[in-house]
Design a protein around this ligand. Sequence first.
Ligand SMILES: NC(=O)c1ccc[n+]([C@@H]2O[C@H](COP(=O)([O-])OP(=O)(O)OC[C@H]3O[C@@H](n4cnc5c(N)ncnc54)[C@H](OP(=O)(O)O)[C@@H]3O)[C@@H](O)[C@H]2O)c1
Length: 254
Amino acid sequence: MTAQLDATVALVTGASSGIGEATARALAAHGSSVALVARRKDRLDALATDITGAGGRALVVEADVTDRDQAIGAVERTVDELGRLDTVINNAGVMLLGPIVDAPVDEWDRMVAVNVQGLLYVAHAALPHLLEAADSGKRRVADLVNISSVAGRVARSGSGVYNLTKHGVGAFSESLRQEVTGRHVRVSLVEPGAVATELTSHLGPAGQEVVRQRFNAIEILQASDIADAVGYIVTRPRHVTVNEMLIRPTEQEG
Ligand SMILES: NC(=O)c1ccc[n+]([C@@H]2O[C@H](COP(=O)([O-])OP(=O)(O)OC[C@H]3O[C@@H](n4cnc5c(N)ncnc54)[C@H](OP(=O)(O)O)[C@@H]3O)[C@@H](O)[C@H]2O)c1
């Protein structure tokens, strides 16, 4: 890979596994320094060791993005220790599927807290720094990439509140895009289909059954497939924005 992101700094939420981990590796391979944000510090430490071992620069930031002070602290630590902020990948998320009727409401609270509030807290804290990078950085452009889902486009029985959170991410991203694109902060929405990660490991039996019925017979995506897409988005020339990218496994119909 070419080091197109040399001298830039990225922050990736949910970097301890799956899409976030793969994206942090991809951005580091493009030459960016990366702040790795999540709660599982041991996983972040191992990833940072890999990235630095490959000649990159990584900062481990243990934080729960649902806590506003911790989300702000993650952004501020990144800027304090890595010097600036050019790229934010708002990726942390949970998917707790199952019927709405008689659902455990604490699962809804968790999804809204991580997928919506956590994403908003990080975006709000990061935007002044992204605007500054776009205004005065060498590249004169900055990126905020929000990870949504096919579930942000299509609602289905069995995923109502996950659908709600991801549709919300899409609406927020489009509104913010219009607000800041004239100042060269590019807001992009990535909508993966089924990806082989730990996302489904938090599901109870009802949710596992929904996933089994939908995806057991097909070859699903790897986290690196989504990381490739994010790498493409953030390495475009200044005058090009990829507003939205919907990426399904070839065999995924809906
Ligand atoms: N896998 C799929 O099929 C798929 C499809 C479409 C969209 N997505 C989206 O892709 C994103 C990444 O998911 P994934 O598939 O890579 O799943 P994953 O392997 O379970 O990764 C989720 C990440 O989010 C982090 N996270 C969860 N709660 C957090 C919190 N309160 N504070 C900080 N970090 C938190 C986790 O880290 P800690 O637990 O260490 O905090 C983990 O690093 C999510 O937004 C998901 O909705 C996934």
